[in-house]
Design a protein around this ligand. Sequence first.
Ligand code: BES
Ligand code: MN
Ligand code: MN
Length: 462
Amino acid sequence: MENIKAYIQEHKDRFINELIELLKMPSVSANPAFSLDIINTAAAVKASLEKAGCDFVEICDTPGNPIVYGEKIIDPNLPTILVYGHYDVQPADPIELWTSPPFEPVIKKTETHPDGAIFARGSCDDKGQMYMHVKALEYMIQSNTLPCNVKFMIEGEEEIGSKSLSWFVERNQEKLKNDVILISDTGMISNQQPSITTGLRGLSYVEVEVTGPNRDLHSGLYGGAVANPINILAKMIASLHDENNHINIPGFYDNVAELSLEERAEMAKAPFNLDNYKKALDLNDIYGEKGYNTNERNSIRPTLDVNGIWGGYTGEGAKTVIASKAFAKISMRLVPNQDWEQITELFTKHFISIAPAGVTVKVKPHHGGQGYVTPTDSIGYKAANMAYTETFGVPAIPVRSGGSIPIVALFEKELKSKTILMGFGLDSDAIHSPNEHFGIFNYLKGIETIPLFYKYFVELSK
Ligand code: BES
Ligand code: MN
Ligand code: MN
């Protein structure tokens, strides 16, 4: 497909500018203050699909944020690819750590992106990666090379748990019928070494509240005589890991799928440099569960992490106070076979059981989802690998990721089809962090690689 290279060369400035316009829209799903921006972004995505050549596009209302659905059906007898992506983004906070404003995209060169990268919230996760699919469709329509049917489903609640999408999928199984689901919302090893994500972790996200006295107290008058919720919460959280960094919740590991030594040896073949890893994060050493290496710790093993903790006085100067309440947000990353609802229950039961007399504890479940693994011998995987091999000059390596896209397991359950995770981001792209960016190289390479997936998927399906 030499033609696509020429097409990209000719239109790349426009491709970049269109993405920049989309990135200017602050579609933060976590904060209701941005609900109008969510609506506007959905409308912009709809317009882009119409322009690219879908012959039917609609905004589907849900109990939450709208879902953009589009399709181009050329022949019902041909295979159908369902493209999923999300137009919502994470909050930009802490804003003061951005070197340029999060919703005013700029192109800057970085060490890993000598050709430049677009800096903006959502550039890599997921607007940039989602928009590659829109531009790949544009190319296939313009060049008359679309080899099959395509459906697009772009949602606006991925970063807050995809509740409305579950609702939508359960009600629209016929409409969403497909032969394979294609998602670009993950990463790859490097710009020289593509990889295909074959696993995602599940998630259970909870918030805990520890209450002591009925009001904040003078820490001199009452200190030592009543339970301090912050002290207690810290102790309770500390007890959730043992000295080997194993999670101390009864039953937590019961269903964990253990990998064989062969599988672990296979995993270890993926290029990884521990020194570079430490250097990239300014770490003097790594840390984690005994008996597993870094790549295993962040992909095939479950975790428990405090994401935020607060209570008492955190303003300027000192205030002597014993807080009435202390809080924490806790995420547990899960591996295949662990059931997120069961883990949420186990956590809740355990956390309440370890509360000492003198405090009361509440656990509020937020959201969650199951993990996912997919085989490397499916037609979809093979097609993806052939596409990467052609555009990067080397085959892709299968990699299990530590991140979560909970809806993927639901797709398999409800729609009975496999998902192929063709990601083009890099770990250094700072998704969810200040200064998120997406390489121009990656964006254009994605647009080049996607039509090849279509081509090979159709060929292999015959
Ligand atoms: N795109 C990410 C997930 C991801 C990133 C997976 C990189 C693999 C590699 C997605 O937008 C995300 O952030 N998911 C959330 C889960 C959600 C329920 C909030 C996550 O993993 O924290
Ligand atoms: Mn994402
Ligand atoms: Mn995300």
